[in-house]
Design a protein around this ligand. Structure first.
Ligand code: NDP
Ligand code: BG6
Length: 510
């Protein structure tokens, strides 16, 4: 059996689902080179190489066909790179060292041809040594680099490192966010890269799209009769999409200050989730149909009003030596978006993200309207909410009112709880990067951001971002370890969110 077939077969074994198999990309074979550009960096070490390791360990990257290359300017040997990443991989020493042997490091600059010619030579040598059937090589370039170098690096890849086979194969480019800083810069970047590569070769990664519960959203919404009649303005009062981190920008202050929380989290991760929560049912699961529906949602978002925004900056943020003393960059933001369409008119979508807060979590909170004719006088106890906890402790729970057990007829808030740790004991939840790299190898773009989607996302936020950049809107100071500025809670209440007091969902433990 050819190793390419082997990979597809492995997948079939995992997914005993004929419907999904129907949507599988055609079998692709040939030698696979994965090239991590920026291999000396933080993302490569913490996310990219570990994701590749886990794919390898699970049999998705076969040593007979795969070789991994690291490329960066830093002058280190193969072994030095291996030592840098070893500690981030896993505990199975033998598997780790076999995986590390697949990695070769090439040092070179990002803007001259020499390094890329050397890289191409190394890849070609590997292809010749491994490629049984002449040609049909696959080259996956992962840009774990600062966005400032994307244009030159893409030009160099195009010039020096493309798959040269006449017998099939491909060259694909994975680009990390941020894709630009505003509409104009993103469009320039897209135009530049678009001249070099076809859209089908470009995989703009938003790792939130690889998270288990984000991937579950479409199944949940469109495979369950429960939700179909409820998921609209008649029943839903408001939707919150929340990201919180209980640590600051430690170690990334320089990068962060240039971007801020809206560009770092809201314009991409949270907005992508909003699309999946709000979009209409696609014609089928074909990636283009799904992305078409996401674009429609984005195009229906109304311009953001100043009164629908609260910005914050945590006290001490500017003490970071890489952050300017006068920085106006928000480390916290609540932004209320409104979707002008038949399903969502009048329903606020509250996007909230912050660093250095009192907890770390990401969740979607769909709050339903009050029950009309409240004969139990239980409205004060709280509304029905459907909560999707993306992390930590992946779960979906439905907050609802029940009779308090006992002789009295009184009511209490409780929940129907699908906690993954309990329900799917022992089933490992893959890392987002693992899935997305595998999707790239398979050529499945469903969970990647299309060019028009990116443009629509920047159209929503660019006017607000420019006002912040010009210092026209100032962030409020908040204490590290707090909930963020109090004004954010006031905005939440103004948008119609009714907080339940005295009820806390506690993730079950085993
Ligand atoms: P790093 O700052 O660690 O940069 C990666 C590598 O790029 C460095 O090791 C360095 O390699 C090279 N590099 C750094 N600065 C420059 C520069 N000014 N010009 C040319 N080369 C440079 O970045 P990260 O690994 O943190 O991030 C990479 C990409 O991934 C970025 O786009 C980032 O926004 C994105 N990202 C990062 C996340 C993270 O957790 N780190 C999370 C999500 C996205 P050398 O000097 O050896 O060439
Ligand atoms: C990245 C942001 O995209 O996502 C970081 O640049 C943030 O600032 C990170 O910490 C959060 O990712 P996760 O998967 O840990 O929630």
């Amino acid at each position: 059996m050819g190793s390419g077939q082997w990979m597809v077969e492995k997948r079939s074994g995992l997914e005993n689902d004929s419907f999904l198999k129907e949507h599988e990309t055609p079998s692709e074979s040939g030698c696979l080179s994965i090239i991590v550009l920026g291999a000396s960096g933080d993302l490569a070490k913490k996310k990219t190489f570990p994701a590749l390791y886990h794919l390898y360990r699970q049999g998705f990257l076969h040593p007979d066909e795969v070789h991994i290359f690291g490329y960066a300017r830093t002058r280190i040997s193969d072994d030095e790179l291996r030592d840098r990443i070893r500690g981030y991989l896993g505990k199975e020493a033998e598997v780790v060292s076999k995986f590390l042997q697949l990695i070769k490091y090439v040092s070179g600059s990002y803007d001259t041809e020499d390094g890329f010619q050397l890289l191409d030579k190394e890849i070609s040598q590997h292809e010749v040594s491994k490629n049984s059937a002449e040609g049909s090589s696959r080259r996956l370039f992962y840009l774990a680099l600062p966005p400032s170098v994307y244009p030159t690096v893409c030009r160099m890849i195009r010039k020096c490192c493309m798959n040269k086979s006449d017998h099939g194969g491909w060259t694909r480019i994975v680009i990390e966010k941020p894709f630009g800083k505003d509409l104009e810069s993103a469009e320039n970047l897209s135009a530049h890269i678009g001249e070099l590569f076809e859209e089908a070769q470009l995989f703009r990664i938003d790792h939130y799209l690889g998270k288990e519960l984000v991937q579950n959203l479409l199944v949940l919404r469109f495979a369950n009769r429960f939700f179909l009649p409820l998921w609209n303005r008649d029943n839903i009062s408001n939707v919150q999409i929340v990201f919180r981190e209980n640590f600051g920008t430690e170690g990334r202050g320089g990068y962060f200050d240039e971007y801020g929380i809206i560009r770092d989290i809201i314009q991409n991760h949270l907005l992508q989730i909003l699309c999946l929560v709000a979009m209409e049912k696609p014609v089928s699961l074909k990636p283009e149909y799904i992305r078409d529906e996401k674009v429609k949602v984005l195009q229906s978002v109304l311009p953001i009003r100043d009164e629908d925004v609260v910005l914050g900056q945590y006290e001490g943020y500017r003490d970071d030596p890489t952050v300017p003393d006068q920085s106006n960059t928000p480390t916290f933001a609540t932004v209320v978006l409104r979707i002008h369409n038949e399903r969502w008119e009048g329903v606020p979508f509250i996007l909230k993200a912050g660093k250095a807060l009192n907890s770390s979590k990401a969740e979607i909170r769909v709050q339903f309207k009050d029950v009309p004719g409240d004969i139990f006088k239980c409205q004060k106890q709280g509304r029905n909410e459907f909560v999707i906890r993306l992390q930590p402790s992946e779960a979906m729970y439905m907050k609802l009112t029940v009779k308090q057990p006992g002789l009295e007829m009184s009511t209490v808030q409780s929940e129907l709880d699908l906690s993954y740790m309990q329900r799917y004991q022992g089933v490992p939840i893959p890392e987002a990067y693992e899935r997305l790299i595998l999707d790239t190898i398979r050529g499945d773009q469903q969970h990647f951001v299309r060019r028009d989607e990116l443009k629509a996302a920047w159209e929503i936020f660019t006017p607000l971002l420019h006002r912040i950049d010009n210092g026209e809107i100032k962030p409020k100071e908040y204490q590290p370890g707090s909930r963020g500025p109090v004004e954010a809670d006031e905005l939440l209440a103004k948008a119609g969110y009714v907080q339940t007091h005295g009820y806390i969902w506690i993730p079950p433990t085993l």
